[in-house]
Design a protein around this ligand. Structure first.
Ligand SMILES: NC(=O)c1ccc[n+]([C@@H]2O[C@H](COP(=O)([O-])OP(=O)(O)OC[C@H]3O[C@@H](n4cnc5c(N)ncnc54)[C@H](OP(=O)(O)O)[C@@H]3O)[C@@H](O)[C@H]2O)c1
Length: 291
């Protein structure tokens, strides 16, 4: 990149775009010129956060730039790409990218007809608080795919902000994103399931949260250290058919919790098999009661 500073405009500067833009501004490699949100007051707010650039009412007011970040929600990317590509603000060689984990760069196809290069850059991070997230950006990985002319430059920007680059194929994005949904969103849902069972056992939510915190933290630490097979403990790993059977019996009154227990129990059994501690009889009995 030879110390070049890249000028960037942003359409949709919410939580994710603010974080990425702020992290890149801090590298000294990117300068934000203009931001267009749905409302001018929101664009003004974004500019105050970034500490540079100017808010605009419409992307037609954008000054010329090498980069265009489409930080709008997933469902707005395709309609906006079709609309913006029609309006003569895209020049050949421009690099246009979005931040979605679920969609790939093909959703930006209308820009390619204007000679632009397109990509998706998905930061694998949850951005509830952009102030904190921008400081933590270096800890995340960013998955990139798209035109090589775009991904080459964007990968360099990601790396210069200290984050890791993961190159992926466009076709795998739904599967890739499903994996992340399960590890992030469903982890929250799983904690909720456990808390509901503990509440039914008469433990208040507040107490239950503090009880499970060290358990969850230690389990995660063990997963990072030893992988899932190394971290697994509990009745299924021990082949304790009686305990699993009793627990399923008591969960009959809560069909949703019972379904989660059975479904994840079958996956737990697959992990337990890798530990080679279960006898064939224990494995068969567990499989039967978890069906
Ligand atoms: N949040 C995360 O944790 C996270 C993580 C990784 C990737 N992402 C991806 O980042 C993208 C944005 O998500 P987000 O969470 O940052 O959303 P967000 O906080 O809701 O921000 C979306 C921004 O887009 C603007 N916008 C919406 N429709 C628009 C339109 N038609 N024209 C111009 N601006 C428009 C909104 O403007 P107003 O402010 O005026 O409403 C808002 O500033 C999505 O693709 C998402 O998948 C998010």
């Amino acid at each position: 990149m030879n110390g070049q500073i890249f000028k960037m405009n942003i359409i949709g500067c919410g939580k994710a775009a603010r974080t990425v833009a702020q992290a890149w501004i801090q590298t000294g490699r990117v300068e934000v010129q203009a931001v267009c949100n749905r409302s001018l007051s929101s664009a003004e707010d974004a500019i105050r956060f970034l500490g540079q650039g100017r808010p605009v009412n419409s992307w037609q007011e954008f000054p010329r730039a090498q980069l265009l970040l489409m930080g709008v929600p997933d469902k707005a990317i395709a309609p906006l790409a079709a609309q913006v590509a029609e309006e003569g603000i895209v020049h050949p060689g421009m690099i246009i990218f979005h931040l979605s984990g679920a969609l790939d760069s093909r959703v930006l196809a209308p820009f390619k007809r204007c000679g632009a290069f397109v990509a998706s850059v998905h930061p694998v991070m949850t951005f509830a608080d952009p102030h904190r997230a921008a400081q933590e950006f270096h800890r995340c990985s960013c998955s990139l795919e798209g035109d090589p002319e775009a991904t080459h430059l964007l990968a360099n920007l990601v790396r210069s902000a200290g984050a890791r680059v993961l190159h992926i194929e466009p076709g795998v994005k739904p599967l890739y994103h499903a994996g992340l949904v399960m590890t992030c969103n469903y982890l929250v849902a799983l904690l909720e399931a456990g808390l509901q069972a503990l509440e039914q056992a008469g433990i208040s939510r507040e107490v239950a949260l503090s009880v499970i915190q060290p358990l969850v933290e230690e389990t995660l630490r063990n997963c990072w250290k030893w992988g899932t097979a190394g971290a697994l403990t509990g009745p299924i790993a021990r082949g304790d058919v009686e305990i699993v059977s009793q627990e399923l019996q008591i969960l009959k009154g809560s069909p949703q919790l019972a379904e989660i227990y059975r479904s994840l129990g079958r996956l737990t059994l697959e992990i337990a098999r890798k530990q080679s501690r279960l006898s064939p009889q224990e494995e068969a009995s567990l499989r039967r009661i978890l069906e």
